[in-house]
Design a protein around this ligand. Structure first.
Ligand code: CU
Ligand code: CU
Length: 289
């Protein structure tokens, strides 16, 4: 039977406790950091060449759907009742939201070094030591709203601009494409300052710390953010039932994006799973809305 993914704001105290406990156990077993490393290995920007699996690419949505499923299955090995909650950042859009409370994900980073000092993922607990491979910080960092140069979460208009686009994606299938639901939701934009970040990307910027880089899943909020992105894809599919994943066919050898963007029936490394196999999820899980 399909399990249910709930809005995090509707979780009971007991459900939050079990989710957090399963995360800590995954971390203790080394499975969590393995999942983070997988994300780092498959983060490839479009300026660098090679196959883009999860980012700046049409497979952004199916790749992360598969990635979340892997994470959720790992959690369920520890506690079969646990599922990935989603964070609707259009409604729970301030640092005062219960998402950031002591009994769930913990709060903002402190002023001096950005270190998160509250909740189960605070460094001082000894249970959430991080090797992010880049800045040699061993503690979880957040700067909610980026006080040094404030950035807001996506507005409803900005999300509508993505949701109302009926085309899934368009050539050149990367971070520069202005049309298409995928990049409007993933959120790479031209311009300067905060205008460069839309929707999904803007949420990463708003949180700061590890969420800014390829090692973003070190912050547990990553999963709740991406579960909402996954739900938005589902809503978009229902809104545009005639629109499908693109590119539908393998790009021809002469196409500059051949070997760089994944078509409907091509595998998404590190799995053999194709986007076509990830278009629906209702036999596996459902979102409670
Ligand atoms: Cu990602
Ligand atoms: Cu992301």
């Amino acid at each position: 039977m399909a399990h249910i993914r709930k809005n995090q704001r509707n979780l009971t105290g007991a459900e939050k406790k079990r989710f957090v406990a399963a995360l800590l156990e995954l971390k203790r077993r080394g499975v969590y950091d393995e999942l983070v490393r997988l994300h780092v290995r498959h983060y490839r920007a479009d300026g660098t060449g090679g196959l883009r699996t999860g980012h700046m690419a049409p497979s952004f949505l199916p790749w992360h759907r598969k990635y979340l499923l892997e994470f959720e299955r790992a959690l369920q090995v520890i506690d079969p009742a646990v599922t990935v909650p989603y964070w609707d950042w259009t409604t729970d859009n301030t640092p005062a939201a219960s998402l950031w409370s002591e009994d769930f994900l913990g709060g903002d980073g402190r002023r001096s070094d950005g270190q998160v000092t509250t909740g189960a993922f605070a460094y001082a607990t000894g249970n959430w030591t991080i090797d992010d491979g880049v800045l040699e910080r061993t503690y979880l960092v957040r700067a909610l709203g980026r006080p040094s140069s404030p950035i807001a979460l996506p507005t409803k208009d900005e999300l509508d601009w993505a949701m109302n686009e009926s085309l899934y994606d368009a050539a050149p299938w990367d971070s520069t494409v202005a049309r298409g639901f995928r990049n409007r939701l993933e959120g790479w934009a031209a311009g300067s300052g905060t205008a460069r970040w839309r929707n999904h990307n803007r949420v990463h910027r708003w949180i700061g710390g590890q969420m800014l880089g390829a090692a973003a899943p070190h912050d547990p909020v990553f999963w709740l953010h991406h579960a909402f992105v996954d739900l938005l894809w589902d809503r978009w599919q229902r809104k545009h039932p005639k629109s499908g994943y693109l590119p539908a066919r393998k790009l021809s050898a002469g196409d500059p994006q051949a070997g760089r963007a994944i078509a409907l029936d091509e595998p998404m490394p590190p799995w053999r799973t194709t986007p076509a196999e990830m278009l629906g999820h209702r036999s596996l899980y459902r979102y409670e809305t």
